[in-house]
Design a protein around this ligand. Structure first.
Ligand code: UDP
Length: 255
């Protein structure tokens, strides 16, 4: 038995307080145990969506691991008095997981993104980790008409890790629906991570990421995301309100 993870609830969404190194250790344990687990990479957009999307909310609640992906969550956790220790972004974890796979002989499967992108991402990961064996790559789509065939493909490849790049929330709902059939120990939705690794989309420079400005860089490079990014000011407003309510409740308790 292992101790339960410490977590913070931000607007009702659980975020686990794990570091990148702890995440790798947990994932490795799951591979050894062999039962399927779903990992979600929570960011402020996820939290806002979960407020009105009941199906997505269930997926986040039931996930075995909810990574703190997104600097806004760290800010919110500090404001709510339960600071998360570090940001653990799916895009940062992917190369680290690939290195773990190469060291231990585990095999990842890369599902999703535009045709050819998963193959290019796999080639980059193999270039950086020559002993890495890839269980498979396939673009496919989250369309229900393809679901049976894709599940069959993945089951046949029997990977240890499944990364799904269909964008949130589709990728997370897809994994949730199929988790038990897939029987892959670690299944994680990774959004645009294959695009970053393959070099299709440039990642924000390190100085911007370190200052919590990755969202600004994405808005500049992909301005069509502005509508989705309206979730950010909404997130800030709701967290400030949750923080104020908490302080008010505390002060009335004291008096
Ligand atoms: N995508 C896909 N099929 C779809 C919708 C999206 O393969 O039907 C891929 C898309 O090519 C991209 C990823 O899903 O690689 C989503 O990237 P995005 O940056 O939008 O994800 P986020 O990280 O914002 O969730």
């Amino acid at each position: 038995m292992t101790a339960p993870l410490s977590a913070v609830h931000i607007l009702g969404v659980r975020v686990d307080d794990v570091t990148g190194q702890e995440t790798l250790a947990i994932m490795e344990r799951w591979v050894i145990e062999g039962h399927p687990h779903q990992v979600v990479t929570v960011n402020p957009e996820f939290v806002i969506r979960a407020q009105r999307d009941a199906a997505f909310n269930v997926v986040l609640k039931k996930a075995a691991l909810a990574l703190p992906d997104g600097v806004g969550l760290l800010w919110a956790s500090r404001l709510l008095g339960k600071p998360l220790r570090e940001r653990v972004a799916g895009s940062d974890m992917l190369p680290l997981i690939a290195a773990l796979c190469a060291r231990r002989g585990y095999r990842p499967y890369l599902l999703g993104a535009a045709p050819g992108v998963a193959e290019r991402a796999a080639a980059v990961l193999q270039r950086d980790n020559p002993s890495l064996e890839i269980a498979g790559t396939y673009a496919g789509s989250p369309d229900p008409s393809e679901e049976e065939a894709i599940v069959e493909r993945v089951v046949k490849a029997a990977p240890d890790f499944l990364f799904v790049a269909y964008g949130a929330p589709q990728q997370d709902l897809w994994i949730f629906r199929n988790l038990q059939r897939l029987q892959v120990p670690v299944c994680m939705g990774v959004g645009g991570a294959f695009d970053f690794i393959a070099g299709v989309t440039p990642r924000a420079p390190l100085w911007m990421r370190e200052r919590g400005l990755e969202w600004l860089y994405r808005l500049w490079r992909q301005p069509w995301r502005w509508r989705r990014m309206l979730a950010l000011p909404r997130f800030v407003y709701l967290v400030l309100r949750q923080g104020a309510r908490r302080r008010f409740a505390r002060s009335t308790e004291r008096n």
